[in-house]
Design a protein around this ligand. Structure first.
Ligand SMILES: [Zn+2]
Length: 71
């Protein structure tokens, strides 16, 4: 289980569109756009899941960045 983290997009803090929560876990998911699984021609997206309500936000890969918390 990953620790929820703060995310940003284009330098703006990401907040959940449903509950306005500010922490998320991220994973990469594959969309079967070619009709064939594991063909290498499918699209990958970043799925960012709200740690409060579970709503999944999808982004083109590489757009969402983790905000480094000050130590
Ligand atoms: Zn939420």
């Amino acid at each position: 289980m990953k620790t929820p983290e703060r995310m940003q997009v284009e330098g703006r803090a990401l907040s959940c569109v449903v509950c306005e929560g500010g922490t998320f876990t991220r994973r990469t998911i594959t969309l079967i756009t070619s009709g064939v699984a594991n063909s290498g021609f499918n699209k990958e997206v970043d799925a960012v899941t709200c740690s409060s309500c579970g709503y999944i936000h999808q982004f083109v890969r590489g757009v969402v960045q983790t905000v480094e918390e000050p130590a």
